[in-house]
Design a protein around this ligand. Sequence first.
Ligand code: ZN
Length: 293
Amino acid sequence: MMRGRAFFFMLLMVSVMYLSVVAVPVQAAQLRVECPEVIGIGLPFVVKVESDEPLDKIRVEWAGKALQASGQKSSSMEFLLGTDVMKSKPGTETLRIVKLGLSPLSVETSILIEDRKFPEQRLTVPDEMVTPPAAVQARIERETAEIRKVLGTASPVSHLALPLIRPVPGDVSSAYGLTRYFNDQARNPHRGLDLKAALGDPVHAAAAGQVALAADHYYGGRSVFLDHGLGVYSVYMHLNEISVRQGEMIEAGQVVGRAGETGRVTGPHLHLGLYVLDLAVDPSALFFGKAVQ
Ligand SMILES: [Zn+2]
């Protein structure tokens, strides 16, 4: 009899516990995300995340890639994501944000990537810059692997401030996204921004960051890769001279080198690349503090 009563009591307790879980609304911590619903292909965009608690550890999943931010004391944070004229495809892409910790929270939303049409550009360069000789093939492969490794690394703290600083005052000579033909042969679209600059002009860092790579590459010539954190890199190519060392911390606006015409060029200019999680985005969208144009 006692055993039966104890069993009944236990059953009652379990039911009450169960009911209290399903019937009494619990004020759960929330994670809110603000981002565009539609984005043109090749454009960067800002994502804002807010929570009721400090966002000390966040994981962001976008376009099959992920980054982790840590050390945040604030309950809101902003970061940059984007799409790539060459690597992204028009259609819906999922953005997932997870607040890591003892009781993880996550939020998921979808963003529509819209196609855009880009003009054609035909350039004439020495033949070895269109079809590289076999002797430099290994060099190009090594450099490509080195670049992919750098741009694929997302460090956990952001140094980025928007709007970006214009690295040189010159106008845009070749916009982002141009469909390119070198000596009448189709090549990758233009995945950066060309700014007019004379030989020797100082080139300034678009934002604060750490020099992730300073090297002389076959296509990019003398190049500086700045790591702004959370997967964002700015890249300065075709420099005549590099003024910074790998590993060095750079302030926004600091001179990283002098403009030149090294690598695959038709004359002196600055090629500015901006990458987010190894996706090349249009830097010009971020010069005036407006992420989406
Ligand atoms: Zn360029």
